[in-house]
Design a protein around this ligand. Structure first.
Ligand code: ATP
Ligand code: MG
Length: 565
């Protein structure tokens, strides 16, 4: 097991807030917000922002708002709103009464736009989007003023009202801030404030056919909600000047914007556009496919909220863009499941074992602790032992390599919680494949210890071949076999899909106690991995198991062998 490298003892944002508390900058208030656009499902990157914003509110006795930034009616849906709320709660956070929608502010935002027009600080531009883009200039060249820039206040007011009344077609006019077309910061070159979009909105219906731009809406929403610390990712650093400009012109309350580095996680993709594309193209089974980096997917895979919170704590919050290895997330998952998952036995690739000296009709019920490190913690279940068993095919080798300590001809091993057995004979089919192994057992070794002190090197898991649960088991692995699938100029990210990201085992043989497994339960199949009872596809008495994570980091080994990157 690899230990996490980072440990967070505070972070630079906490240092800022500590100082604000000392200087009484905000009168002791800490008000943050998590502002998703409801145009997709939340992913692990959002979790970092959620843990940060809600965590700060919790630790400083403040509050965190959930605000839907729903300014783009074309891509937004209620389905996403519902899932976002559900996932934030699932992560363990609560916004109480503080749920807001930017669309609730549309009337007010419109009034602010009118105010700016009246002050001669906004104008209606008839140029097309392409013309505006072409005259914006570059980092080294100033932009060109629009021929409509010097319209009178009266004309601008009239045109803006008529835009809102639906008199003009989509794209024929925009309202722009009148700042400076030669400003070194491109965001300040007369950015658009309103555009015409004749589409109904998921909340305001047909009321509006003009919609405020994100960059105009966002600072106004933050200001109106009296946010103290407006925390966002680094790419908004250059927008800050514009946000401040709007608030200054309108003489409104200023939150303090603080930027931090977004989470980039290896072996996956996180852009909503790419995730949507994979869902639409059927590359994955849906937004909640357990291989997706979405919270819906991770939930279904068996990742727990506390593991995700610990992971976010572990990776810390900084100002430098960096990549986080998938092994860190997997470490956090194991660390969280280890003390809570019941240990059971399941054979994924069964090989039959016949105990030739065990009475034909006898069945013994053996006591096996669910948590061997501390048996009273989770108690015991009984596993039936009889003459015919299944073991994992990979636990037998006819010609064992040097350090193979498991079953082989003439070799004695321990069956977990049961007896020592010795391999006496190998049965093969016509093609030479081993189909059965015949063994003898030592009745004196019941429970797994030899009274004469005799030792064996291998302990293997098993299930009764007569009483077991035949179940579907899904072995999930990383979706991509390259750490940065979208980082290749000459190749599409889909070229790096891991062909082994899902292996479905139709008929694994699991210990019979698992027939009572319920959706949402976590198990460790000893020696095999952590598994989660799929909440969607399981039926009473017919659980389906999703592999949450392997027991150790096997990927590093694959990379070493050249079988993965
Ligand atoms: P897009 O802008 O493409 O729709 P987005 O990832 O910015 O996608 P939002 O819904 O706007 O999606 O994000 C909501 C919040 O989550 C934002 O405040 C954003 O800063 C934060 N966030 C999004 N992705 C990450 C990430 N990878 N790491 C940390 N925070 C993130
Ligand atoms: Mg965004």
């Amino acid at each position: 097991m690899s230990a996490p490298e980072e440990k967070t003892a505070g972070n630079f944002i906490r240092a800022i807030i500590d100082q604000d508390m000392e200087t009484d900058k905000w009168g002791g208030r800490v008000v943050t917000r998590f502002p998703p656009e409801p145009n997709g499902y939340l992913h692990i990157g959002h979790a970092k922002s959620i843990c940060l914003n809600f965590g700060l509110a919790r630790d400083y006795g403040g509050r965190c708002h959930l605000r839907f930034d729903d300014t783009n009616p074309v891509k937004e849906e209620m389905e996403y709103v519902d899932s976002i709320m559900d996932n934030v709660r699932w992560l363990g956070f609560d916004w109480n009464d503080h749920q807001y929608y930017a669309s609730d502010y549309f009337d007010q935002i419109y009034q602010y736009a009118v105010e700016l027009i009246k002050a001669g600080k906004a104008y209606v531009d008839d140029q097309s989007a392409e013309e505006i883009r072409a005259t914006r200039g570059t980092l080294t060249e100033p932009g060109v003023n629009s021929p409509y820039r010097d319209r009178s206040v009266e004309e601008n007011l009239d045109l803006f009202e008529r835009m809102a009344a639906g008199e003009f077609p989509d794209g024929s006019k925009v309202l722009r801030a009148k700042i400076d077309m030669a400003h070194p910061n491109l965001h300040m070159r007369d950015p658009a404030m309103y555009r015409i979009r004749k589409v109904p909105h998921h909340r305001t219906g047909d009321k509006w056919c003009i919609y405020p731009m994100y960059d105009f809406t966002h600072p106004l929403s933050d200001s109106r909600e009296r946010i103290t610390h407006s925390i966002c990712t680094l790419e908004f650093e250059d927008n800050r000047v514009l946000y401040d400009w709007f608030l200054d012109q309108l003489e409104l309350y200023h939150p303090q914007q603080i930027e931090f580095a977004r989470l980039n996680l290896e072996y996956t993709v996180m852009s909503k556009r790419t995730l949507l594309e994979m869902v639409n193209q059927g590359v994955v089974a849906g937004w909640d496919d357990p291989r997706m980096p979405t919270l819906e997917g991770m939930r279904r895979r068996g990742y727990t909220p506390s593991a995700i919170r610990n992971f976010c704590e572990m990776i810390g919050v900084g100002r430098r863009d960096s990549w986080v290895g998938m092994d860190k997330l997997e470490w956090a998952i194991r660390d969280d499941l280890n003390p809570r998952a019941r240990r059971v036995m399941g054979v994924l690739d069964p090989l039959k074992v016949v105990i030739t000296n065990y009475p034909e009709d006898q069945v013994e019920m053996l006591d096996a602790p669910y948590f061997p490190d501390d048996p009273p913690k989770m108690g015991y279940r009984q596993v039936p032992f009889c003459r015919e068993l299944y073991i994992e095919a990979s636990d037998f080798m006819e010609e064992p390599y040097k350090k193979f300590w498991r079953l082989a001809p003439g070799r004695e091993v321990r069956l977990r919680w049961a007896y020592f057995i010795t391999c006496q004979e190998v049965i093969k089919d016509d093609s030479g494949r081993v189909v059965e192994v015949r063994c003898t057992y030592d009745p004196a070794t019941k429970g797994g210890d030899a009274p004469d002190g005799r030792k064996v090197k291998g302990t293997i898991h098993w299930v009764s071949a007569r009483q077991n649960l035949t179940a579907e088991v899904r072995l999930y692995d990383r979706l991509f076999n390259d750490p940065r699938p979208t980082g290749h100029k000459d190749q599409d990210y889909q070229a790096f899909l891991n062909p082994d990201s899902l292996k479905t085992i139709e008929a694994a043989r699991l210990e019979i106690s698992l027939a009572a497994a319920e959706p949402g339960q976590h198990y460790q199949f000893e020696r095999v991995g952590y598994f989660y009872v799929d909440p969607k596809d399981s039926a009473p008495g017919r659980p389906v198991f999703n592999r949450t994570v392997t027991l150790r980091d096997s990927w590093a080994k694959l990379v070493k062998k050249g079988k993965a990157r």
